[in-house]
Every structure is written in C-alpha cells, then in structure tokens.
Design a protein around this ligand. Sequence first.
Ligand SMILES: [Cu+2]
Length: 171
Amino acid sequence: MLNWKLLFLAIGLSFALALPAGAQSETIVVETPWARATPPGARTAAGYLAIRNTGAEPDRLVAAASPRAERVELHEMTIADGVARMRPLPDGVAVAPGDAVVLEPGGMHLMFRSLDEAFAAGQTVPVTLSFEKAGEKRVALPVVPIGAGPPGGHRGAGHGASHEAGHDARR
Ligand SMILES: [Cu+2]
C-alpha cells in the first residue's frame, strides 16, 4: 500500500514540475492577425490582431518588428475635439490574465513606419511581437484589400472583447 502512495506521489510531483514550463509557451495567444493594403508609394501601414492571455499572470506587448518596415510602433487612435489622432503607447499593450485585447481600426494598432514597399492584398507580413513575460512571438498578417475588414469577413472578437467569458469555459 505504501508503495502505491509513493508512486502516486512521484507521478504527481513530476506533473507539477513538468506543467509550468509546458504551459508557459501557451499563455499568450495571438488571434486574427491582419493588415490592410496601402496605396502605392505609402510609407506607413497599420496592422491588427487580438491578444489573449490564458495564463494567470498579467503580460504586456512591449514591442514589435517586421522585415517589411524600418520600425513598428504600438499606437492608439483617439478622438479629441472631433479630431482623430494617433498616439504612441509608451507602456505597450497590457493584457490581464483571462482577458483579451483587440487591436482594430479606430483603436490600437501596429504602425509600420518606412515600408520597404506598399502592402499589397494577398501578401503576408511577418511580424515579431515581444511580450514582457511570454517573450517573442512570430505572427503572419495576411493583407486584405484597401477598405476591407479582417480576413474571414467577421469582426473577430470585436468591440468589448475584454468580456469574452465564454472562452474561459474551454480551459
Ligand atoms: Cu498609428
């Protein structure tokens, strides 16, 4: 009887040791990445995606980079006195545990500066996202035609995406 208890204890311990390392790489999930095509000669472009934090710790998107642009900034669109303005997000994009944040037109976005060439529909733009805790994540942003929405035709997580309690039930 004692042997069985020891065996279960050993199995439990090995799971406890193995889980955190395995789970860590999946705490940040990037969904619905996309970018919009730009007119020929454009020097800037915007990219969008949703970031889901399935972990127990807060995390933060702190930087982004792409071979298609000299630099990629994290921006937010705000309306002040009826005028739309973009401002950099010096603190990045925080994602609370169990929450999701959506970068979408009219809100937060990735800003590609000094493009190598205009984004054309049908292309795929590689981006490396750097998270404070989850580290680097590589994503590919499909480019949709000018004026189009996210690939697939739906609005993805859409507005108020921070209240998607339904997704928590899957875990
Ligand atoms: Cu911008």
